[in-house]
Design a protein around this ligand. Structure first.
Ligand code: FES
Length: 505
């Protein structure tokens, strides 16, 4: 086993985080604070062992905790560690065996060279020349002092190496260029599905291998076809490494050259006939609508965007999606009961019935390039797009710190408080503050009381200018909050907002 020491000295940050059972954000924090060194963006195994000396690599406490909360919080989302099928497992075992035997050979050679060098230097110490004896002695001391600890240290990280090899059997690591985003492929999931679950938007269309939109170039590592497909990839493209991301899984750790979708303009306008799944109350004023995109025609959107619903003849509503694109086919909406017409139409739908959805609209999306702390401020059902953004930020492991302020007229208005508390319990750097604002917005605005309430959104730990703000609610609330934040020193470029349309009576 010591042979794998040479090959596994460095790990990607994602792989290292998964290995010691902490979030990627936590590990990055340690890197930023200088507690953990990196070399070309990778973490050295021995450093990892030094910074996490007590970690039991066989017990992923923190990782399990986040996984658990993710699966609870994202309701039906499947987030289990899947085992690959026999063929993929065989390919991965094969890859690992080759690496292992190469590394074992290299490590044995290095140990043998060091031992031979020491023997030669010992022998040289018995020479007649005093100068040569002195030189041989100091060289022998240097080899013992500098090289012996390196070999011992390498042997010490064996438990981590064992766990890493096991992880590599069931999960392959994927790195995208030029973005540098990383994710894992579990079992024999497709590369595309794994990227989507990790909150990343690779281009795609049909998901059944017929459109070719998910074609990307594998620049390193090996993949394996997991389904038959009809799209023909030209011979020269195949030679260059192009493959369909919806039809292949990763056998080894891989790198892919692909332009991700990060801006609303990158997505086409779509109309999709979804299947109605359920419509259930979340509180006395709000219900949750769930619809499913067809498997081969998923509705593509970025977290925080809106869609147009047509639940009945001549009935059209444009509403924010409350789900994360990482939920794949499942689309969620928070419906305010004040919209009687919409409530009546949705209440009459039966599971499986079609509901037409068009879009996406709006540019209220995450700034995925930012590493600043994120502050979300929602008013009542303004929580819907914020819900989508926060789940996306969690899936991306994006922000070191997230603060959520949810303003409502009564405590009933915080209709998903349990979800917010679950996020708080699962994530180390997440705070949730429900705020009650008992009067109508225009009265408060006249009295200036909204500004008073918003002083509660300031945090001592960071200046306002060093945070990104995401605000969702009625126009007056959004305007006043933006004005307040700007006066408090927030930078205009760091404020994103969306105005909810008034609920129809
Ligand atoms: S998404 Fe259409 S071929 Fe992969």
């Amino acid at each position: 086993m010591a042979g794998s020491v040479v090959m596994e000295q460095y790990l990607s940050v994602s792989r290292a985080a998964r290995l010691v059972g902490v979030s990627r954000g936590q590990l990055q924090k340690k890197i930023r604070m200088g507690e953990l060194g990196t070399f070309e963006g990778n973490v050295q195994m021995a450093d990892l062992q030094r910074v996490f000396p007590d970690v039991d690599p066989y017990h992923d406490t923190e990782y399990d905790r986040v996984r658990e909360i993710k699966s609870k919080a994202f309701s039906k989302r499947v987030h289990e560690l899947l085992l690959p099928d026999a063929e993929v497992l065989f390919e991965r075992l094969n890859e690992l065996s080759v690496e292992l035997s190469n590394a074992r050979g290299q490590f044995s050679s290095i140990k043998r060279i060091v031992a031979m060098l020491k023997a030669k230097l010992l022998h040289a110490q018995s020479t007649e020349s005093e100068q040569e004896r002195g030189l041989a002695t100091s060289l022998h001391e240097w080899v013992s002092r500098e090289l012996d600890p390196v070999i011992q240290e390498a042997e010490m990280v064996v438990p981590l190496l064992v766990q890493n090899s096991l992880l590599r059997l069931v999960t392959a690591h994927v790195k995208l260029s030029p973005s540098g985003h990383e994710f894992f492929v579990e079992g024999n999931n497709s590369i595309l599905d794994s990227a989507t679950k990790a909150g990343l938007s690779m281009p795609y269309g049909c998901v059944d291998g017929s459109c070719g939109l998910c074609k990307a170039r594998i620049t390193e590592g090996h993949i394996k076809k997991i389904m038959n497909y009809s799209f023909l990839i030209p011979e020269e493209d195949q030679v260059a490494g192009y493959a369909l991301m919806c039809a292949n899984t990763a056998v080894s750790d891989i790198q892919i050259a692909v332009e991700e979708i990060t801006q609303p303009d990158d997505l086409p306008f779509q109309t999709v006939e979804t299947d109605f799944k359920s419509y259930k109350p979340l509180s006395s004023n709000v219900s949750l609508l769930i619809v499913l995109s067809p498997p081969s025609n998923r509705f593509r959107f970025l977290a925080g965007q809106r869609a147009e619903l047509r639940p009945g003849k001549d009935l059209i509503r444009t509403m924010p999606l409350a789900s994360c694109p990482c939920d794949e086919r499942q689309l969620l909406f928070h419906i305010n009961h004040a919209d009687n017409q919409l409530v009546a139409a949705l209440s009459s739908l039966r599971p499986g019935q079609h509901l037409s959805i068009s879009g996406p609209y709006d540019d209220f999306v995450l700034n995925t390039e930012s590493s600043r702390a994120s502050v979300f401020i929602a008013y009542e059902t303004g929580f819907a797009p914020v819900n989508s953004l926060i789940e996306h930020a969690i899936a991306l492991n994006m922000s070191e710190r997230i603060d959520l302020f949810w303003v409502a007229r009564t405590s009933d208005g915080h209709y998903l408080s349990n979800l917010c508390r679950a996020w708080h319990d699962a994530l180390d750097d997440f705070s949730y503050t429900p705020l009650i604002l008992p009067e109508e917005l225009d009265c408060l605005a006249e009295k200036g009381d909204l500004h008073k309430l918003l002083t509660g959104t300031k945090r001592d730990y960071l200046p306002v200018s060093e945070c990104d703000y995401y605000i969702a609610g009625p126009e007056l609330f959004v305007d006043m909050t933006c004005e307040y934040l700007e006066k408090s020193g927030a930078l205009l470029d760091n404020i994103r907002s969306t105005v909810l349309l008034p609920d129809k009576a």
